[in-house]
Write a protein that binds this ligand. Structure first.
Ligand code: ADP
Ligand code: ADP
Length: 228
């Protein structure tokens, strides 16, 4: 069961002069899609980076299911992250980009890895891009590949850091629908960071609102916005 538990999670920078995340506690249910919203600098990215293992908390705990992953290396966590800037390897093809994560996290043979990538690419409608390099792709195609690279690992947990911010309005709507479809089909427990309230509202099963690193509100979109 892939619940995510943030237990009094805290992150300080500059010897405590900056408190980026201030004793945050949130329990994400299995299969739940939680959006995290709040103004720039409120601690959204830092929170995600701690769950992914890219940043170590100053104090507090992170659990995935029953397992305490607080001190686990990023590579050994069953967590996939999708970034705003796609973070694709520029010199690798789409196939290689998508297969790379699999190489670290599983013991499949090369042929099996390529087969898994093909299946995922088919599901995402990007099979015809598998031999292309990232700079041959449009923004929307890159983000689809980044999503595919995350999905192919079949992670327990998905983390999204403003994945649609670099796309134009039309593509944003398309990708939003795509992410929601994937979420419905796969039911992966997800934390989705955005500064876009409307996006948070339409996409989230529940919304976490952060302010100055603190939990300001958590609830279903309707309840949160009826009682702001
Ligand atoms: P958000 O994603 O909501 O914009 P961040 O998590 O990026 O917020 O940042 C929260 C706060 O922590 C901000 O004040 C930011 O300047 C600070 N911060 C983030 N990363 C670092 C860092 N590596 N060193 C110092 N301060 C940081
Ligand atoms: P985001 O809001 O998406 O995190 P930023 O531009 O705020 O984007 O941060 C980009 C990178 O810079 C992150 O790795 C973050 O940890 C780091 N960072 C953010 N604020 C500071 C800061 N005040 N001092 C040092 N590093 C920072």
């Amino acid at each position: 069961m892939a619940t995510i538990t943030l237990d009094t999670l805290r992150k300080e920078f500059d010897n405590g002069r900056i408190v980026a995340v201030d004793d945050l506690s949130v329990a994400v249910e299995d299969g739940e899609f939680i959006t995290v919203v709040g103004p720039s600098g409120c601690g959204k990215s830092t929170t995600l980076r701690m769950v992914s293992g890219l940043e170590s908390p100053t104090s507090g705990r992170i659990l995935v299911g029953d397992e305490d992953v607080t001190d686990q290396h990023a590579r050994t966590r069953d967590v996939a992250m999708v970034f705003q800037n796609y973070a694709l390897y520029p010199h690798k093809t789409v196939m290689e980009n998508m297969a790379f994560g699999l190489r670290m996290s599983t013991d499949l043979s090369k042929a099996e890895r390529r087969e898994r990538v093909r299946e995922t690419a088919q599901m995402m409608g990007i099979e015809e891009l598998l031999d292309d390099k990232p700079d041959e792709l449009s923004g929307g195609q890159k983000q689809r590949v980044a999503l595919g690279r995350a999905i192919v690992r079949e992670p327990d947990v998905f983390l999204f850091d403003e994945p649609l911010s670099n796309l134009d309005a039309k593509l944003r709507t398309t990708m939003r629908t795509e992410i929601q479809r994937l979420q419905n089909d796969l039911g992966i427990t997800s934390l989705y960071v955005t500064h876009d309230q409307e996006e948070a509202m339409t996409m989230g099963d529940r919304i976490v609102i952060l302010k100055d690193g603190k939990l300001q509100q958590v609830g279903r979109p309707k309840d949160v916005y009826e009682n702001p």
